[in-house]
Design a protein around this ligand. Sequence first.
Ligand SMILES: Nc1ncnc2c1ncn2[C@@H]1O[C@H](COP(=O)(O)OP(=O)(O)OP(=O)(O)O)[C@@H](O)[C@H]1O
Length: 260
Amino acid sequence: MAINAVQTHEEPRVVLSARGLTKVFGAFAAVKDVDLDVHHARVHALIGPNGAGKTTVFNLLTKFLQPSAGTINLLGTDITNTAPDKVARMGLVRSFQISAVFPHLTVLDNVRVALQRPNNLATQFWLPMSSLDRLNQRAEELLAAVGLADARNTVAADLSYGRKRVLEIATTLALDPKVLLLDEPMAGMGQEDISTVSGIIRNVAKERAVLMVEHNLSVVADICHHVTVLQRGEILAEGDYATVSQDPRVRTAYMGTEEA
Ligand SMILES: Nc1ncnc2c1ncn2[C@@H]1O[C@H](COP(=O)(O)OP(=O)(O)OP(=O)(O)O)[C@@H](O)[C@H]1O
């Protein structure tokens, strides 16, 4: 299948890497000796059957879980023993976890609130919303980048499901991540929203690395440069989608015999 991924002139340098990443729960190894290199300006998919260890890998990389063994390096710094909030401040941000959408705020105010973090306004919670006006320009840029400018005055609760997810991505981008981790960004979406979000991910990956867990293999084929396939906590295969999708072990373990 043809790969129609991001075209970019940026150097694909490694920004996040793991070596020998292992997580043991009691006697059970959920993640075993995983090596991972995530590149700037690339979309990297982590796929595998249920229980393969994808979420555990995300939790290890963001340091929500401490590895049992192995090392993690972010932007040249060893973060194996770094606290999760510091890892996030260093630029490794997982969508839908650090950012939150406030249902009763407008789309614009949601993004302005999210922008408080990188602008060190987060502790000035007593200031009125009007004090956030200087963040308007950046907020408008972010809304334009994700196609939500027309909904700036809509209360978040009134957005469609797909547009709510897009707003979540916008609030995550407000943190200006260097590495963006997306956990099933297309979950529950129809084809139209999937196309929209695919375009957004392509765009945001021009300026940062994206690592995503995704079950929709058409999306993986369409926007991901590199695919790592996990099975029972171990790397089964990796490479571009065309390569891994033709690997007989992957087809048996994950894709069956169906064309993705
Ligand atoms: N805190 C925990 N304690 C014990 N076992 C755990 C824990 N967290 C995860 N596991 C086990 O580790 C394995 C990997 O789980 P994980 O959630 O990482 O898989 P996954 O690939 O994300 O699956 P899914 O696609 O279903 O979300 C599973 O067998 C799971 O039951």
